[in-house]
Design a protein around this ligand. Sequence first.
Ligand code: NAI
Ligand SMILES: O=C(O)/C=C/C=C(\O)C(=O)O
Length: 486
Amino acid sequence: MSDLITVAGVSVDTRHWIGGQRVASADTFADLSPIDGSVLGEIARGTPAEAGAAVAAAKAAFPSWAATPRAERARILHAIADGVEKRIEELAIVETTDNGALLRSHRRGVMPRVAHNFRFFADWLLKLDHEDFETRGHTNHVSWDPAGPSVLITPWNAPLMLATWKVAPALAAGNTVVLKPAEWSPLTASLLADIAAQAGLPAGVLNVVQGYGAEIGDALTSHPDVRRISFTGSVPTARRIAASAAPNLTPLSLELGGKSPLLVFADADLDLAVDLAVEQYDNAGQVCLAATRILVEESVAEEFTRRFVEKAARLKQGDPREEATDIGPSIHSRQLEKIDGFVRRAVETGARVVIGGYRKEGQYYAPTLLTDVAQASEIVQEEVFGPVLTLQTFATEEEAVHLANDTRFGLAATLATGDHERAERVSAQLVAGTAWVNCFFVRDLQAPFGGSRLSGVGREGGTWSFDFYCDLKNTVTAPNGWNNHG
Ligand SMILES: NC(=O)C1=CN([C@@H]2O[C@H](COP(=O)(O)OP(=O)(O)OC[C@H]3O[C@@H](n4cnc5c(N)ncnc54)[C@H](O)[C@@H]3O)[C@@H](O)[C@H]2O)C=CC1
Ligand SMILES: O=C(O)/C=C/C=C(\O)C(=O)O
């Protein structure tokens, strides 16, 4: 069997990337395209021993990379960004074929953001500073020391974007990396390894291990040489990782799921509110930030629903490679079954289907809106990760805030209102890592990103990423360099 496969005309290596070498596994797993279920290739099925080898490579490369001057690290990160930009078309088509998200988004939005991730953290590194300050004549100097080998475990809904969001700051900070991409979308991580090597990243600084999280996850997250673990994915997996990391007290950053609300007040621009609501079907609903619970003030609920149904009917679902497509397939048949199960159970317990509510041919789920749902019900409380929204109404601002906050999550919230004071008052009461007012998905890497409650632990982005990936040290020097026991 060949180690190289061709995906939409692009050659992709199916092996791990460890210590600057391609490494095969004895066993493989099949990578399927969600577009038509075809097998794209057989991918190295990592073992705990291979995971250990990747950590060993990261450990060996760490001292030299950590000692590499900031300006040189930044130069190499920019060279990686150049490499990404040269290959945007290839990365976009491979990602779309592998995870089913829209080609037009990958081309114009997502892959340019991948390059930006490297440029942003390279530039931020050069600005990263803390003013020295004095204590009774002594100077305090805070330094951002590289923490060590970092394990980065990433999901399938935005594979390269979410991976580089972690890889770029970890490398900028002077850490070495073992990246474990999701088994449902393994391909672009392999291309990233090629791009990074061509950009001059030394061997062992970035390692990629393919395989099932259930089989190699523990070997990575319980490893005593790993000094940071950053994970994006589901709550149950996060709990496993936290337990596995606990004996070594390895610091964790967890970006988990959500069940975010969209609050639509009667004073809102209703067309804008409808646009914001329909946008939640993006990426077939496989977005952690999606505002999947629409909460509408009673007096405008009927009109909002009428306009929503009209607009949603114009969405085109189909092949994500086509320019006109708005919604592609779900990532995997198992995910599709999970979505369908959520909807069937909701309907069995009294939910009313406003639109959708059924599987289509292939791996597609119709954009769905459910109403008459109880606040305590599974469909309101649990993350579906599919194109399924619920609609509830509220009578007062107080009730809106109560419903918005009444889940175990706290990732994001979106408000549609024409009243500036209300926007301030309500957003101040919402439990959410990000609150958007009359907008959605406006993202800036300078901002802290993460969630409260079961949506995560910690924040990444800008200085917060360096806070996580570095060991901060305060060096206190006596006046004239002497310790006067002051
Ligand atoms: N960004 C987000 O918020 C995401 C949320 N999810 C949620 O999770 C649900 C299930 O999706 P899954 O793919 O099963 O998510 P998952 O959390 O199991 O997978 C995410 C990553 O974790 C890895 N992983 C799995 N078990 C592991 C272990 N024991 N140790 C270390 N790493 C491990 C996987 O290989 C993958 O790379 C979705 O339906 C959705 O609700 C999934 C992906 C992303
Ligand atoms: O694109 C972003 O800025 C954030 C995306 C986050 C997700 O889609 C996720 O973690 O699921």
